[in-house]
Every structure is written in structure tokens, then in C-alpha cells.
Write a protein of this length. Sequence first.
Length: 78
Amino acid sequence: CLLNDVPVEERIIVTSGRVSSEILLKVNKRNIPILISKSAPTDQGVKLAKSLGVTLVGFVRGKKMNVYAHEWRIVSDE
């Protein structure tokens, strides 16, 4: 996306790594509203996601997940 100037607003980032404050700063700089990870976020990452307005989801396993910040963007059919 970034190499070909594809707009990333209204997209999500999915990663398998631990979510740190550095990653959240980069995601926020690109105006990406949702960050999802298979791993846990750091405490500082959770605080920063809340203050920046980024939806942060971690520990995604099948249909289970933990939403740490701005859960209003996540829709569930349950």
C-alpha cells in the first residue's frame, strides 16, 4: 500500500507481534483506525491507543479477542 500510494485510511493493520507504543505512533501517523494483533499489547500501547483514538485488539484466537481501546468500531454478531 505505502509503496504504491494506496490510501490506508479506513483500513486495518493485522500483525502477529506484540503491540508497542512505537507501532501505535506509526499507525496513528497514517490515520489507520484499527490495529489487531495475535499477541498482547504493552501497557503503554494500551494507554496510547486510548489517547490517540486507535481501536486496539489483541489476543485474537478464532472468534475470541480482547478489545483494549475504542471498542465501538468492533461489531459482533453475538
